[in-house]
Ligand binder design. Structure first.
Ligand code: BTN
Length: 339
């Protein structure tokens, strides 16, 4: 017999997401088309049409007369309603848009904030034509199974508090990746994620200040999830890696993105409350890619070489200089000397 449905559709949930949630909750059984139709207040034909639409997007189902539908396979690409379905139990409020391609998800998130939409906003894309990194560098963003996602908030906080934002998000994202994949990336101050000395991701935080307050905040993450090495440009293959290269099995982008959204939202709440600060340096420590290594910090023309010694609770990088003194640095780009 079909498994019973326990659907409590959230006010804003789409029909697609409600159907997918029911199928996920009953993965080992069948979900009755009739019950779905009743829950959604639509005809059985309308449910069948939704199922056909899902099939066209890479979902696979078994359909049995008098039993209903059973999901057997999920798409390998991001699919907005599936992310929504995975996130449903969290009952979060957000607006999520997924684009086949866009200039930059950070740019689109900023545009959505400027247009007055209610935050939080989430923008993801299968590919970006002008993906960007720190210092205006290009972020390679082909449609190859990697993740390009931005989160937009309106925090209304003192700009001085922003120094720790990317670091705090980085810690949370590394912890999430560890839980999800059993692979622990390292963090290269201030915004890079590394696996085995190769870059697996980068974060870009952009903010707009208004009357001494951070009004618009966009946090972007580019994470090399499922691309294989040959899908990366040749100049990156020796310096970049992907999570799937380490897990040796593809990562489900929809489950991962749902978990990421939940984690970023929780981390953002803690950031706003400022409740995390006393733990920042301690939680950074085990993830620190630089600690104990000889590094050079580039600040424009200025170069500072010494031994990396962690961060302080303001998010500054600590470097022990050759004279033995410990110095703090708020900004700059780090290069590593060979081990
Ligand atoms: C860096 O390593 O310098 C940061 C890279 C950040 C890339 C992400 S991809 C999603 C979002 N959109 C962008 O244009 N950039 C960020």
């Amino acid at each position: 017999m079909p498994a019973s449905l326990h659907l409590a559709p959230a006010a804003e949930a789409t029909h697609e997401a409600i159907i997918l949630r029911a199928l996920i909750e009953n993965e080992n059984g069948y979900v009755s088309g009739g019950e779905l139709a009743k829950t959604l207040g639509v005809s059985r034909v309308a449910v069948w049409q939704q199922m056909e639409k899902l099939r066209a997007h890479g979902f696979e189902f078994k359909a049995r007369r008098a039993h209903g539908y059973k999901i057997t396979s999920y798409p390998s690409q991001l699919y907005a309603a599936l992310v929504e379905a995975h996130l449903a139990p969290r009952k979060l409020k957000y607006r999520f848009t997924l684009h086949p391609t866009i200039d930059s998800t950070n740019e689109e998130a900023a545009r959505q904030l400027s247009s007055g939409l209610t935050a939080p906003l989430i923008v993801a894309a299968h590919s970006q034509s002008q993906g960007r990194g720190r210092f205006g560098r290009q972020w390679h963003s082909a449609d190859n199974g990697n993740l390009y996602i931005s989160f937009a908030f309106r925090p209304q906080i003192d700009p001085a508090r922003m120094h720790t934002f990317t670091l705090w998000m980085g810690i949370n994202i590394c912890e999430l990746i560890t839980n999800f994949t059993r692979q622990t990336p390292a963090l290269k101050w201030p915004n890079d994620l590394y696996l085995d000395n190769r870059k697996a991701g980068g974060m870009l935080t952009e903010a707009r200040i208004d009357s001494d307050q951070i009004r618009d905040l966009v946090f972007g993450l580019g994470l090399n999830l499922n691309a294989s090495a040959h899908q990366l440009p040749s100049e990156l293959t020796s310096r970049a890696t992907t999570l799937a290269e380490h897990t040796r099995t593809p990562i489900d982008p929809n489950r991962f993105t749902a978990a990421l959204i939940g984690r970023v939202f929780d981390a953002y709440q803690e950031f706003i409350k400022d409740s995390y600060r006393s733990t920042l340096a301690d939680r950074w420590h085990p993830l620190d890619h630089l600690r104990g290594r000889t590094i050079t910090l580039h600040q424009g023309e200025k170069q500072i070489t010494g031994t990396a010694a962690g961060i302080d609770d303001e998010g500054s990088l600590l470097i022990r200089l050759p004279d033995g003194k410990l110095h703090r640095y708020r900004a700059g780009e780090v290069s590593l000397s060979p081990r």
